[in-house]
Ligand binder design. Structure first.
Ligand SMILES: [Zn+2]
Length: 195
């Protein structure tokens, strides 16, 4: 679901996927609905806004909640069909090369709300049930989180299993990775237990 679908030239109507995602964000993050479908151009331009096709949403609320929404949408953009997120003078689009947040220089810096938009696949297919299945309780992991988890598992393999050596034919003995993962989780939850 990762295409970027540019806006057309006609106002349409609120799309089901947009409505479903807006409800999900309000329910899960306590953000407010600052609008979805609006027949209007992009502020300061004659091009229609993605809001005019019913594919975009705006959320207000606490900045911590808006930031969580922005990060969650980017982390799950492929599977949700999110094609654009704008927040705090930065814009993310699924067609940027390289992919990532870039400076946003539009008239409105988007400090007071987070803006997001879906491609047509997302706008036409998402339902609240599908969104629950896609992102549900999952939390977005940063690269630092992933590095930390990978290192803990690495350390746990060595602590728990040591060097498991080789078989007579020279192939490595099988390592019990699941025992090491459990050990790593114990270490994350209660590091003192292992010291
Ligand atoms: Zn918007």
């Amino acid at each position: 679901m990762s295409s970027y679908d540019p806006v057309g030239t006609q106002c349409l109507q609120l799309q089901q996927g947009t409505a479903a995602l807006q409800s999900y964000l309000i329910r899960e993050f306590g953000v407010t609905n600052l609008g979805t479908f609006v027949c209007r151009p992009v502020s300061g331009s004659t091009t229609l806004s993605l809001h005019a096709e019913g594919r975009a949403g705006d959320n207000g609320g606490k900045s911590s909640a808006m930031r969580e929404v922005a990060n969650l949408l980017v982390a799950n953009a492929d599977r949700l069909g999110v094609q654009e997120v704008i927040f705090e003078r930065k814009i993310w689009r699924n067609n940027y090369q390289p992919l990532g947040w870039q400076a946003y220089t539009g008239a409105d810096p988007h400090n007071s709300h987070v803006h997001w938009a879906l491609n047509w696949a997302g706008a036409q297919t998402l339902t609240t049930e599908l969104i629950d299945n896609i992102i549900g309780e999952q939390m977005p992991l940063s690269n630092d989180d992933l590095d930390r988890i990978a290192k803990l598992i690495d350390d746990a393999i060595v602590r728990r299993l040591g060097d498991v050596g080789e078989r007579p034919d020279g192939t490595p003995r099988r390592k019990n990775i699941s025992s090491a993962v459990v050990h790593a989780i114990e270490y994350m939850v209660a590091p003192d237990y292992l010291k």
